[in-house]
Design a protein around this ligand. Structure first.
Ligand code: 3BY
Ligand code: FES
Ligand code: FE
Length: 421
């Protein structure tokens, strides 16, 4: 069989898979969990990667993780290694983390600091803008250094959040209006004057959509999250159909305080993809710690009181966040395979806060370490049940699980739209 025949078979099977995906999504029962194959089939997973993770804007990390020239971090988007680095002008650039010589991964560390980017294989060297500076003396007369710079990924930052997009042309949606609002809502946090206090990387044996579905509802909170419920009110936003009058009264009282301080809080949505809202935590609670007391003795940015609730930021397909008065927590979800996902959690504090004096990283992370692990078990058990021949899509509750319905609707619409383009 020739190389071309093999290639044709691969293409044909992908076309088949696209047709199968389209059919499954077009025929899915609205407000029901997805058909089994969408949670466990490797070929359909490949379509998720191509149509969602290689085309849409993804949350990568925070600008204050790489405050200085040459600071970088890496991430893996399925099989695509990506490198995010700050250059000498202070700009943040994202590159495909693959050498233009023979493709070796350039940076293998999770994070670090470099003067230039040097490939470990044959030492081709790139500057922080991706230009090839050095390729030895053996590449011949006709070799053009200018044609061999690192491949850029698109990169946008707002309010300290770094988003990347692997597509040549980023999706033309209302993403920029979300970024403008994010900038405004994040201004009080002064992210540039924060630092990474601690981070966790949790490997989960579940499809990435199960991880996001799980996060989009608190139906499971009472049964699984005793630590989180010390501080979190389970209403997801002020439009939550379950929110009782007592909550709305409390919310209005908090909202009046925030208005007086000029702290943005009103619910803002950008399609189903992005949402920002500041929500109160339980009465008397300062932040999401195990007991609701402060997590850091230095407040962030221009806050003068601990009682800022939690500003929740949703970015589909891969992030949710809790921004609070003395620390904030960002969550990033990256698929590995059809049934494996990496969930990264990072806690940030004021850059002048001293570890062991102003904050204890162990105390800071305790609630969400426990919560993440509980969610991991829920996700893995969900996956195992879905893999059964006895699995059949089941109904979402329109009140408890409206967030899941929104996510699955966004996912289905986006895959169908991108497959047609
Ligand atoms: O991100 C959160 O706060 C929670 C965890 C469980 C439900 N979700 C909205
Ligand atoms: Fe990078 Fe050879 S693969 S220098
Ligand atoms: Fe949970």
């Amino acid at each position: 069989m020739s190389h071309n025949d093999l290639l044709n078979i691969t293409c044909a099977s992908l076309v088949d898979a696209s047709d199968r995906m389209t059919e499954l999504l077009e025929k899915r029962q609205p407000n029901y969990s997805l058909p089994q194959a969408l949670y466990n089939d490797p070929t359909l997973f490949r379509i998720d990667m191509e149509e969602i993770f290689q085309k849409e804007w993804l949350f990568a990390g925070m600008s204050s993780e790489i405050p200085k020239k040459g600071d970088y971090f890496t991430l893996e988007i399925g099989q695509n290694p990506v490198l995010v680095v700050r250059d000498a002008e202070g700009n943040i650039n994202a590159f495909h983390n693959t050498c233009r010589h023979r493709g070796s991964r350039l940076c293998s560390q999770h994070r670090g600091k470099v003067a230039n980017l040097v490939c470990p294989y044959h030492q081709w060297t790139y500057d922080l803008k991706g230009n090839l500076l050095f390729a030895g003396t053996e590449m011949g007369q006709t070799f053009d250094m200018k044609q061999h710079g690192l491949k850029k990924a698109q990169c946008k930052t707002a309010g300290g959040f770094i988003f990347i997009c692997l597509a040549d042309t980023a999706p033309s949606s209302d993403f920029d209006s979300f970024l403008a609002t994010l900038e405004e809502y994040m201004a009080p946090y002064d992210v540039e004057n924060t630092k990474l206090a601690v981070e966790s990387h949790m490997y989960e044996k579940a499809n990435w959509k199960l991880v996001i579905e799980n996060n989009r509802e608190c139906y499971h909170c009472a049964g699984s999250h005793p630590e989180l419920l010390n501080t979190l009110l389970e209403w997801d936003d002020t439009n939550d159909p379950r929110a009782p009058q007592t909550f709305l009264d409390y919310y209005n009282q908090q909202a009046a305080d925030w208005d007086e301080q000029g702290i943005p809080h009103r619910h803002q949505s950008f399609g189903l993809r992005n949402r920002i809202v500041r929500m109160p935590l339980k009465e008397g609670v300062k932040v999401m710690t195990i007991d609701g007391a402060e997590g850091c003795s230095k407040l962030l940015g221009r806050f003068t009181s601990y009682f800022q609730g939690s500003m929740r930021i949703l970015h589909l397909p891969n992030s949710w966040n809790h921004m609070q008065s003395d620390h904030f927590i960002v969550f990033r979800v990256l698929p590995i395979s059809a049934q494996e996902t990496m969930v990264t959690t990072k806690w940030f504090v004021h850059k002048d806060a001293v570890e062991g004096v102003d904050y204890d990283p162990e105390r800071l992370r305790k609630v969400w370490d426990a919560t993440n692990d509980q969610d991991r078990i829920l996700g893995e058990e969900n996956q195992r049940g879905i893999n059964s021949v006895g699995y059949q899509p089941g109904p979402y509750s329109e009140t408890y699980e409206f967030g899941v319905i929104n996510f699955i609707d966004w996912y289905s619409e986006t895959v169908l739209k991108n497959l047609k383009e």
